[in-house]
Design a protein around this ligand. Sequence first.
Ligand SMILES: N[C@@H](CCC(=O)NCCCC(=O)O)C(=O)O
Length: 256
Amino acid sequence: MLQPLVAVSTDVKEFEKYTWHAAPDQYLEAALSVAGVLPVLVPSFGERLDLESLLSSVDGVMLTGSKSNVSPRHYGMEADERNGPYDERRDATTLPLIRRAIERGVPLLAICRGIQEMNVALGGTLAGEIQEREGAMDHRAPESDRQDDRFAIRHPVHIREGSCLADVFGPVEINVNSVHRQGIDRLGPNLAIEAVAPDGAIEAVSAIGAKAFAVGVQWHPEYWAATDTASRRIFEAFGEAVRAHASARRPAAAAE
Ligand SMILES: N[C@@H](CCC(=O)NCCCC(=O)O)C(=O)O
C-alpha cells in the first residue's frame, strides 16, 4: 500500500525574523514511525484553504499540542491576556477542518490543544487555569528545562467502558503525561467522554456517530510513542483507521 497522507496542524510562530508554520518533531516522528503514515503540514491559512481539496487528498488529520490556547471568542467569551498566548490563524484553520473531517469520515487524532479545538469546534467550551479549581490536580508540566521531565508519565486516566479507546486498551486505567493548564468545561453536544482523570478532568473524547476514528486526548501519546505501550497503541489505532480510509478511498492504490 502507498503510505497514506495525514494532514497535520501548524502553529504560526515568529523566529529568526520570519513567520513559520510549524509542528514539533515528536508528533511527526510518532505519525511516521508508529502510525506508519506520511505526515503533511497544513499551513494555517484559514479560510483561504480549500478544505475539500485537502480532505480529498489525505486519509487522516492529526492536530498537535501547542503552548497557545484556542481563543475564547470561539466559545462566546472574552480573550484576555491571562488566557493567552493565542494563535488565531491556527484556530481559523483547525476549527473548520475538524468539522469537515468528521462530517466526511476522515480519521482524526486530536492531541492536547487538539482535543480542546475539537470540543470548541463541536460547540463546547474550555476552562482556563484548571489547576486553580477546587479539588483539581495540577495538570501543568513539572517545572524543568528537560522535556523528558515535562512530559513524564505521571497520572492515571480511566478509560470508559464501551468507548473507542476501550477498543484500543480495554476499559482500564492507563498512565499518561500532562502538559496543560486549560481543559474541557462544557462538552460539545456531539462528543462522548472517553476517559477522565482522578479529579474528574475530561482526558479524552470521541465524536458520537463518527464514520471513522475521531478521538481527542488531553495527554501526549506522541512523546513516548516509541517506548510506552499505551502511547504506542493510540498511534497504531490511528494508523489502522487511516489505512482503512485509504483502502476505501483508493482500492487500486491500496493493492500496490
Ligand atoms: N495550551 C493548551 C494546550 C496544551 C498543549 O497542547 N500542550 C502542549 C505542550 C505545551 C508545552 O510544551 O508547554 C493548554 O495549556 O491547555
